[in-house]
Write a protein that binds this ligand. Structure first.
Ligand code: IMP
Ligand code: MG
Length: 176
């Protein structure tokens, strides 16, 4: 695989995202909701760069099957904290077609939050099928299938400390 973002670069991006988030909320309380499973590494790093009163929760959204096909999106909000009247930031690993975040936003809007913004580590150029854009973006990347720092290919590679693009032979073969 080909490394796109190394550890140092990722940490700079996360610090930049934390500064952007802080410039919006200041010292006001924030409820951060990580989208399982891809956001877990970003959430862990991001929350340690934030100093406002912070609640952290998770929501599960699964849709992605392989590298190109998209399954039907299933949202499980059983583990989500109450967001009524709260300033919410949804955190996901990557903004690809955008359908996941748009559906999560619609679901959360029905729960009566004060506000909902979104933060993603990566935004893939030219893939969006929605007009919505995330509020906080770590890095813009080319249209390649990437893994690492939480992102997976068939549940492998999430633990890589960098973000790398898979080569085509790695996409065709069954991951370890
Ligand atoms: P969207 O709904 O198309 O924006 O897709 C969002 C989800 O698809 C992300 O949360 C990822 O789980 C997955 N995804 C999209 N592109 C990639 C990629 O390049 N590598 C790994 N997962 C991806
Ligand atoms: Mg995901």
């Amino acid at each position: 695989m080909k490394i796109l973002l190394d550890e140092t670069t990722l940490q700079e991006g996360v610090r930049r995202m934390a500064r952007d988030i802080t410039s919006i909320y200041g010292d006001r309380p924030v409820t951060m909701i990580g989208v399982l499973t891809g956001s877990v590494v970003l959430v862990a790093d991001l929350i340690r760069q934030l100093s406002m009163p912070l609640r952290v929760g998770v929501v599960q959204a699964s849709s992605y099957r392989g590298t190109t096909t998209r399954g039907h999106l299933v949202i499980n909000s059983d583990l989500m904290p109450d967001i009524t009247g709260r300033d919410v930031v949804i955190v996901d690993d990557i903004f690809d077609t955008g359908n996941t975040l748009v559906e999560l936003l619609a679901m959360m809007d029905r729960l009566g939050p004060m506000s909902v913004r979104t933060a993603v580590l990566l935004r893939k150029t030219g893939r969006q099928e929605v007009t919505y854009e995330p509020n906080f973006v770590g890095f813009e990347i080319p249209d390649e299938f990437v893994v690492g720092y939480g992102l997976d290919y068939h549940d492998a590679y999430r633990n890589l400390p960098f973000v790398a693009a898979l080569e085509s032979q790695e996409i065709d073969s069954t991951p370890p």
